[in-house]
Ligand binder design. Structure first.
Ligand SMILES: Cc1cc2nc3c(=O)[nH]c(=O)nc-3n(C[C@H](O)[C@H](O)[C@H](O)COP(=O)(O)OP(=O)(O)OC[C@H]3O[C@@H](n4cnc5c(N)ncnc54)[C@H](O)[C@@H]3O)c2cc1C
Length: 376
């Protein structure tokens, strides 16, 4: 596999896949992207991002658009039940001295920024399609699509998320995502006047937080320990989330509970994790993003490491002598950082589930932030 990659297929148009498409096309590679959702929508409420994510968004040339659509602030405020700020955790300005160290944006807004860039770059899109077969030949990968057409590529990138079909095709006995014993509730609410940056209240077992996703709106997240990942009927969700918020003594949190209504975009999701041991590629097919490392959101870094994967993959494709060397270098550059995010996020979840040491929780957060600030 000594020749240069000239034609690549990305399977999955999430944050990781869109970034890979952009970065590879920018090198002169002819890129196609296949996305199963015909509307190419991004679901869910807001998304919290750390300074390292802003660094990689800046590297993509999309920071101004991001800042116009979302919000960036410094530090995390920890508040006591009476709403007094009891601790201020620093968030390093990883993207540069002029960019705050933490951010929030509505998921569809971030997806739109990336998908607009993909369309503007002229990347060929196959929306509403997937693959039915991937077969490696002597000098290419032959992919058959659900519309019955087929084509050959020098490289295929599987960026199809936590339940990746590409991962299953490549590694049928790979581990499956595991429920961690905790779920997250999310909602979008008007910004309370007292809130100026990411803010959290730690209950004995519940944690609730707010993050700004624009000038006027905040995204609320609440983690709850649950022994099983049972379905929660949508018609019960508003009352259940109000009940959970009522368990907090904080007047701000109680007001949020009172303000919640049917239109608050409530999303309930059991938390799962997956860390695929290396290899992350076979032959000419490579996996990136949640397909190889799906983390719980405790470090607000899932999107970050997926986007970074795409950047690193493109860098290694550009400089390695051949494809195998590039894919090997990619997985080895990414492994330790992604392992740290998945495992430290899981440790934070366990401390919250068991009502464990707040000091240990803060120490893991701080150490992880320092690690994430390191160059990729
Ligand atoms: C509840 C929750 C909260 C989170 N909060 C945060 C947060 O605050 N901050 C953060 O940084 N991260 C957060 N994350 C993690 C973050 O959302 C993910 O890490 C990130 O979205 C992964 O991006 P991805 O592109 O790898 O996968 P995905 O976003 O899952 O994208 C995969 C894409 O592939 C498409 N697809 C799937 N199968 C196929 C197929 N067979 N063929 C073609 N297309 C296919 C899908 O439609 C989708 O568009 C959270 C995750 C969860 C579950």
């Amino acid at each position: 596999m000594g020749e240069r990659v000239q034609k690549a297929l990305i399977i999955g148009g999430g944050f990781a896949g869109m970034t890979a498409a952009l970065q590879l096309q920018a090198q002169g590679i002819s890129v196609e992207l296949v996305e199963t959702d015909a509307g190419w929508r991004s679901y869910g409420a807001g998304i919290s991002l750390n300074g390292a994510t802003l660094r990689v968004i800046r590297q993509l040339g999309l920071l101004d658009q991001f800042l116009a659509a979302g919000a960036a602030t410094d530090g995390v405020h920890m508040r006591a039940p009476n709403d007094m700020i009891v601790a201020e955790l620093p968030t390093p300005r990883v993207a540069g001295p002029d960019v705050p160290g933490s951010a929030g944006i509505m998921r569809p807004a971030l997806a739109r920024i990336l998908s607009d860039a993909v369309r503007a770059a002229g990347i060929k899109l196959r929306l509403g399609q997937s693959f039915t077969d991937i077969t490696e030949t002597a000098d290419a990968v032959r992919v058959t699509f659900t519309d019955g057409t087929a084509d050959s590529y020098d490289m295929v990138v599987g960026a199809d998320g936590v339940y990746s079909a590409v991962r299953k095709a490549l590694f049928p006995s790979a581990p499956q995502p595991q429920f961690v014993g905790q779920s997250v509730w999310r909602a979008v609410l008007p910004r309370p006047a007292e809130i100026s940056t990411v803010t959290m209240w730690m209950g004995p077992k519940l944690k609730v937080g707010l993050n700004l996703v624009g000038a006027e709106e905040t995204y609320l997240f609440l983690t709850e320990d649950r022994p099983t990942n049972d379905f929660v009927a949508p018609e019960t969700q508003l009352a259940t989330l109000k009940g959970l918020l009522a368990q907090f003594g904080s007047p701000i949190v109680r007001q949020l509970g009172a303000d919640l209504h049917e239109g608050s975009q409530i999303v309930y999701r059991p938390l799962e994790q997956l860390l695929l041991p290396r290899p992350w590629y076979r032959g000419r097919v490579v996996l990136i993003g949640d397909a190889v490392h799906s983390t719980t959101p405790h470090l607000a870094a899932g999107a970050c490491i997926g986007i970074e994967d795409a950047v690193v993959l493109a860098e290694e494709i550009a400089r390695a002598p051949d494809l195998t060397a590039a894919l090997d270098a990619y997985q080895n550059r990414r492994w330790e950082r992604c392992r740290m995010v998945v495992e430290n996020s899981a440790k934070l979840a366990q401390i919250e589930i068991t009502g464990g040491s707040r000091e240990e929780h803060a120490a893991i957060m701080k150490q992880s932030m320092i690690s994430l600030a390191q160059p990729i």
